[in-house]
Design a protein around this ligand. Sequence first.
Ligand SMILES: [Zn+2]
Length: 297
Amino acid sequence: MRDDDVRSSCFAALDVLQAKWGPDIPYAALVEGFNFRARRVPFLNRAFGIYRASAQRGPAALSVNSSYKQDRYQDEQTPEGVLYRYQGVDPENHFNRWLRNAHVLDVPLVYFVGTRPNWYRPFYPTFVERDIPDELRVLLTFGRMRGSYDEREPVHITDAIERRYEVGLVKKRIHQAQFRGAVLPAYRERCAICRLREVRLLDAAHIVADTEEAGEPTISNGLSLCSIHHRAYDEDLVGVAPDLRVHVSRRLLDDDDGPMLAVLKGFNGVTIATPSKKAWRPNPDRLGMRFERFLAT
Ligand SMILES: [Zn+2]
């Protein structure tokens, strides 16, 4: 009993929630759940990590989750996938049975990763690739959804190289999501340049490109920017000097076409907004390195 119907309703509902909220979904919406045969089914159980819905008839988990703080689970990222811990130390308790049955039945589930307090990013379809009872954990890998929009089907990737590639993408997304989850609140969810407060239009921009894909997201290497300013910053059309002043490129200043351009040009010389906590403020050395590149273009 694989509960394919529950799983496809779950994935379709997550598609809708991501269209509404963006890639990260608030916990409240996940607890509210999705419709399945005239009942509401929550997506996850935050208290226990491993979750099987009471609407299911089969024995395998529907989702697993890890909190933002990673205090209990400490997922370990490897090139092969993510090592996810059992609940407690008894491999036979019902939570772990649900998880291990997902391996036996090879069913797709959802891996929810906390990206900031009370926000989660879902990864689906996720598969329990390997069960490692000696270590009290499983190896999670990531599949793909294939097919047209209304008939999407979860596919388990069997090719090891392809699977590694997918794992790499997911790890990168997790890291970026956690970086954004750390940077945006530090800037009280507004653009450092224009002060726009619309979280759906805000990004966390790296001051200096981040080469390590795992590890602590460093807020002082980030700027909270709206999509337009992020793009302009990445393209060196807008720079931020180590004294926190905004410089608009000559190229834009000399151009005089359209109201949008006027909006971009209007911030030439303003001082960016910074986090209140000193340790979170943009690192002047990094700003300097990056600003040299801006001056050079
Ligand atoms: Zn902006």
